[in-house]
Design a protein around this ligand. Structure first.
Ligand code: HEC
Ligand code: HEC
Ligand code: HEC
Ligand code: HEC
Ligand code: HEC
Ligand code: HEC
Length: 266
């Protein structure tokens, strides 16, 4: 009985943290703004508008692993030091935005260049869009209309969208990614809460590997040599560590307690 009360209190405290984060201090982002990165290490200094990067659009096409391991974008906004010159040489955004890569039946528009025709300026605006009224070619609501829905974050159940074939993720780019042997998928397990009586936490290696491979998580976020090797608490997760690296910014947010705190994986 006392244990149940203790757990109820804990949940109350964390619900308070969430409210403080989402209700009072920070307004909950609109579905199409969840996962938007504003990149501005050099733009304003070079007198060009900062860059907006939408995760929703890119993650509907590519795995997290492709960008965060093979291409090398950092897992923190503005940590990568992307330069116009790098993009022009085919690194970072320029890996795909090179005016040559074909996706679907379209050529992916080129990133930075030194040319300055009117045509080029329009293209610059597509990425250097912060503070400008740039019309997107892909409308969020139209693009995601048929996707399975969820309550928080982008309002989309990305896990289902992938599993049910609404999106097909590219995990390999010729000349960039290294061919590997297929992964042996780690056996699925539920994480046991440290607090006795807390329901186990859903965590599926199989489902996470679809998006992240192994290397996005191991060894940087979770040492993961042995279950229980990394100690973490809900407070640290709220601070954006461990599960919170992704589940506060890009994957469904922590407000969705029940998606993690339910029954163990089958
Ligand atoms: C596909 C997206 C994309 C497009 C299109 C694009 N850029 Fe960039 N550009 C970036 C990113 C990302 C950065 C790094 C932003 C930062 O850290 O401030 C950047 C940085 C820059 C910088 C900052 C200076 C530096 O040395 O890095 C300049 C100047 C620049 N771009 C010019 C241009 C021009 C001119 C165009 C149009 C011809 C253009 N860019 C089109 C993505 C793009
Ligand atoms: C097309 C490439 C691309 C894909 C696909 C992609 N990301 Fe990112 N991600 C980026 C870029 C670019 C940044 C910003 C890096 C910077 O500013 O230095 C970023 C930043 C992040 C951050 C830091 C957020 C913050 O607020 O600091 C996280 C976490 C993240 N991504 C997770 C993911 C996850 C999870 C997925 C898959 C569901 C994913 N990314 C898919 C390119 C990508
Ligand atoms: C792994 C490949 C890949 C990388 C890396 C990548 N993109 Fe893209 N991006 C795409 C594709 C494919 C499209 C769709 C292009 C189309 O259909 O016209 C796209 C579209 C876009 C759009 C257009 C959205 C619209 O509706 O008009 C913007 C803006 C954009 N990317 C910015 C960026 C920025 C900024 C970066 C680097 C920080 C980046 N992308 C890195 C593949 C990539
Ligand atoms: C989204 C992040 C994530 C991804 C992706 C991921 N793991 Fe893990 N892994 C974890 C977590 C969390 C644990 C548990 C760590 C703990 O409790 O200390 C774990 C634990 C493990 C363990 C120890 C298991 C045990 O029973 O002791 C191994 C081995 C492992 N992972 C291998 C892999 C391999 C191989 C892949 C790719 C197929 C992979 N992981 C992908 C997060 C991830
Ligand atoms: C590297 C980024 C990353 C980390 C770290 C991570 N996740 Fe996820 N997780 C994702 C992505 C991407 C999805 C797909 C759904 C989405 O984006 O909303 C997902 C989906 C899920 C799902 C729904 C799928 C299912 O199994 O039913 C659960 C539950 C979940 N994560 C729990 C966790 C837990 C618990 C941890 C920490 C032990 C964790 N995640 C760490 C990226 C991550
Ligand atoms: C992305 C998955 C995820 C979401 C969403 C999530 N949690 Fe957790 N939570 C965890 C994990 C993993 C632990 C386990 C930490 C441990 O005990 O090792 C945990 C532990 C806890 C604990 C035990 C005490 C502690 O500090 O470890 C409580 C209480 C808790 N969570 C409450 C909540 C509440 C309330 C929400 C919603 C506001 C929530 N959690 C959302 C993954 C999640």
């Amino acid at each position: 009985m006392r244990k149940a009360l203790f757990i109820a209190c804990l949940i109350f405290v964390f619900a308070g943290i969430v409210l403080a984060q989402t209700g009072v201090k920070k307004k909950r982002p609109l579905p199409y703004n969840y996962g938007k990165m504003i990149i501005n290490n050099y733009s304003e200094k070079a007198e060009i508008a900062p860059v907006a990067f939408d995760h929703w659009h890119h993650r509907a096409k590519f795995t997290c692993r492709l960008c965060h391991v093979d291409i090398g974008f950092g897992m923190k906004a503005n940590s990568t030091n992307i330069r116009a010159a790098d993009n022009m040489k085919g690194f970072y955004c320029g890996t795909c935005h090179n005016g040559k890569m074909v996706y679907g039946n379209r050529k992916v528009f080129e990133a930075c260049s030194r040319k300055n025709t009117e045509e080029d300026a329009k293209r610059c605006d597509r990425c250097h869009s912060v503070g400008k009224n740039v019309k997107k070619e892909y409308d969020f609501y139209e693009f995601t209309e048929k996707f399975p829905k969820e309550r928080f974050g982008n309002g989309i159940n990305w896990e289902k969208a992938e599993a049910e074939g609404f999106i097909k993720l590219t995990d390999f780019i010729e000349g960039i990614s290294i061919k590997r042997a297929p992964f042996t998928i780690q056996k699925d397990f539920a994480l046991e809460g440290k607090v006795k009586g807390m329901p186990d936490i859903v965590f599926s290696h199989k489902k996470h590997t679809v998006w992240n491979g192994c290397e996005v998580c191991h060894p940087e976020i979770f040492i993961g040599v042995k279950k229980g090797a990394t100690k973490y608490s809900m407070v640290e997760i709220f601070e954006g560590k461990f599960c919170g690296v992704c589940h506060t910014t890009v994957a469904f947010p922590l407000t969705d307690c029940q998606r993690c705190h339910t029954k163990p994986v089958q």
